[in-house]
Design a protein around this ligand. Structure first.
Ligand SMILES: NC(=O)c1ccc[n+]([C@@H]2O[C@H](COP(=O)([O-])OP(=O)(O)OC[C@H]3O[C@@H](n4cnc5c(N)ncnc54)[C@H](O)[C@@H]3O)[C@@H](O)[C@H]2O)c1
Length: 364
């Protein structure tokens, strides 16, 4: 019998859909998936077997949402419920895990309420469900701007002694007060704000480091992002965006040892893009002799799948931490898998620390 990783999801949106499909895709011989022979590949993963855990060892035991299209359904159905629009890459079997109604708080923004109704079933006792389902790890996939709701789920993890992985830009794993609370309860946490496999942040951050390493003076830069899913629709509400801008900007800033004018963040909603995200990065700088250069880069990628493989790595890394009884913020996992970690590192340093952690050569 393989050892399982019991996972609960808060927020069954596109990211949860891609993540859940990913756990079914790898290792399957499913004819509905893109590779009909075998999916024992490691595209999108650090490795197929990470510290003894394969993607299919991730076992879904609980889920929370608030949308009437999702609450009450089996998690396997709810990942395809409206307004989710991430593509389907594989069949998802019935999990026999019902999506429970979580606490709404500020999870339901102005833009969300234009598209979705809140389920009228009573909210459930999140901490009891986490305990009864023997959840090891809860992943927070709430909409951007859900500060109170994120703190609520983090609090429930502390109450029920569950590891908290924070995929969204609300600061928990990178916040010293929350770090102390997780250390005091002897529970690990990782975050914040998942960094996609080949997304705008890792490209912009690595590009900034390359330019600085090559002696280019970076004078100004921007990163504009558009998409056509609920994440981008919700982010039309500038009031909810502050943490997202801070998270994305801090990742690029950390690679440049001087102040540079920069504007980085979500920029607009374009419905027909569906779950595709289009990103434009611009950098203006000077090479030797103060000679000017300009660089433009465009990326188009299905957004949810871009973060799903990274989350499969983060979850397996967090389970390794649980097995080793490590508590508090997981520094190498967070630096490798998230945009706003407790300790910001270059991509290559973070990857090497993450691999060292998995192999037991690093404590956190
Ligand atoms: N590559 C990526 O897609 C990527 C990268 C970094 C961060 N993120 C972040 O991950 C988060 C999830 O993204 P998504 O595309 O899945 O968003 P989404 O809007 O598709 O899903 C959010 C889900 O949360 C549910 N929800 C809202 N309030 C809730 C509450 N109080 N309790 C339980 N559920 C609640 C919604 O009903 C919805 O199902 C977003 O914050 C996004 O910015 C995504």
């Amino acid at each position: 019998m393989r050892k399982k990783i019991n996972v609960a999801i808060a927020g069954v949106g596109n990211c949860a859909s891609a993540f859940i499909q990913g756990t079914q895709y790898y290792g399957s011989n499913d004819s509905a998936s893109n590779d009909s022979a075998s999916n024992n590949d490691m595209i999108g993963l650090t490795s197929f077997n990470l510290g003894g855990y394969e993607p299919s060892d991730i076992n879904f035991v609980a889920a929370f949402d608030i949308a009437d299209t999702k609450v009450g359904k089996d998690l396997s159905e709810s990942v395809f419920a409206s307004p989710n629009n991430a593509m389907s890459i594989t069949n998802v079997p019935l999990f026999e895990v019902k999506v429970n109604k979580g606490n709404v708080l500020d999870g339901f923004g102005r833009r969300y309420s234009e598209k979705v109704k809140i389920s009228d079933v009573p909210q459930t006792d999140v901490a009891s469900i986490l305990k009864d389902s023997k959840t090891d790890i809860l992943i927070n996939y709430l909409p951007v701007g859900s500060r109170e709701a994120t703190r609520f789920y983090a609090e429930k993890c502390l109450e029920s002694k569950v590891c908290f992985i924070n995929a969204i830009p609300v600061f928990i794993a990178s916040d010293p007060n929350w770090q102390t609370r997780f250390i005091d309860k002897n529970i690990p946490c990782a975050g914040d704000d998942i960094m996609s496999q080949m997304g705008a942040t890792v490209i912009h951050k690595t590009l900034a480091k390359l330019l600085v390493d090559r002696g280019v003076s970076v004078d100004e830069t921007f990163q504009l992002n558009v998409g056509g899913d609920m994440d981008f629709y919700n982010m039309l509400d500038e009031d909810r965006l502050e943490d997202k801008r801070v998270s994305k900007t801090s990742a690029v800033k950390s690679m440049i040892p001087y102040d540079v004018p920069m504007r980085i963040g979500p920029s607009d909603y374009v419905a027909f893009l569906q779950n595709d995200k289009v990103c434009y990065i611009y950098v203006k700088g000077r090479i030797m002799g103060a000679v000017p250069i300009e660089l433009d880069l465009k990326l188009r990628v299905p957004d949810a799948y871009n973060s799903a493989g990274v989350m499969i790595d983060a979850v397996r890394g967090a389970k390794i931490a649980l097995d080793r009884n490590i508590s508090g913020p997981l520094e190498s996992i967070s630096a490798y898998c998230f945009k706003h970690p407790p300790v910001q590192m270059s991509y290559s340093a973070a990857k090497s620390d993450f691999v060292d952690f998995v192999n037991g050569k690093k404590d956190k």
